[in-house]
Design a protein around this ligand. Structure first.
Ligand SMILES: O=C(O)CCC(=O)C(=O)O
Length: 224
């Protein structure tokens, strides 16, 4: 990482690093993500899944995944070096999941929700777990993330301000439009093999994937 990138991360709260994953690892990571979807029922406690209003099953995420995904496990160790550089000291892995945002056939829990990930900070979720140390989230793009695929949307600089979260029943802690107006956001569009990084205090969200193709992220959380 260059000093400019580090400075950008500190002031904006996010960073996109294209081409950080090898093509070979990408193939393996995609195969591992597919194997998890094939082998773990949507009703398993690893899966966060529901039905969409049109009746399709929808899987938001699988967590944990590293015990089922050896390439992802090795990568999580490698990327702890990047996390340490960003946090300024030895980082430890505290969270790991695959965000699928994918329609599927299969038995899903009966509750019906939509596809949007509402505005939130990861720090709010970690606080609920009693973790308050500096945290960085690293997301490995397993697929291209063009605007149509519901890429992550961030509010640059929001990690430096206090934002209020409202605890919702279905969507966890949510940041209001007042604290994060849509017009202040930017889309983190990227190609497969890129690594996205954001400060856990950064407000982010994403809309539905209308591209007809998967938009999977391996998401890793590291704390000091
Ligand atoms: O996968 C996404 O679009 C959003 C993921 C996210 O916001 C999160 O895991 O905190």
């Amino acid at each position: 990482m260059t000093p400019n990138q580090l400075e950008g991360f500190r002031s904006e709260g996010h960073l996109t690093l294209p081409g950080r994953i090898t093509a070979e690892d990408l193939v393996r990571l995609r195969a591992e993500a597919d194997a998890i979807l094939r082998s773990v029922p949507l009703t398993d406690r690893r899966m966060t899944a529901w039905r969409l209003a049109d009746g399709d099953a929808y899987v938001l995420k699988a967590k944990p995944v590293l015990d089922l995904a050896p390439t992802a496990q090795t990568l999580a160790v490698t990327l702890s070096g990047l996390a340490s550089a960003l946090l300024g000291d030895d980082a430890r892995l505290i969270d790991e999941k695959i965000s699928y945002k994918q329609r599927l056939t299969g038995t899903a829990p009966d509750r019906i929700l939509g596809e949007d990930v509402r505005k939130h900070t990861d720090a709010a979720y970690y606080r609920l777990r009693g973790i308050t140390e500096p945290i960085v989230t690293i997301a490995v793009c397993l697929d291209d993330c063009p605007p149509s695929a519901g890429p992550v949307r961030v509010w640059p600089g929001s990690h430096l301000h206090d934002v209020t979260h409202e605890i919702t029943e279905d969507h966890g802690p949510v940041v209001s439009d007042r604290d994060a107006p849509d017009e202040h956001s930017v889309l983190l569009t990227a190609e497969a093999r890129a690594v996205l990084v954001w400060d856990a205090r950064l407000v982010h969200a994403s809309t539905s994937n209308t591209s007809g193709r998967p938009r999977r992220l391996l998401i890793l959380g590291y704390a000091l």
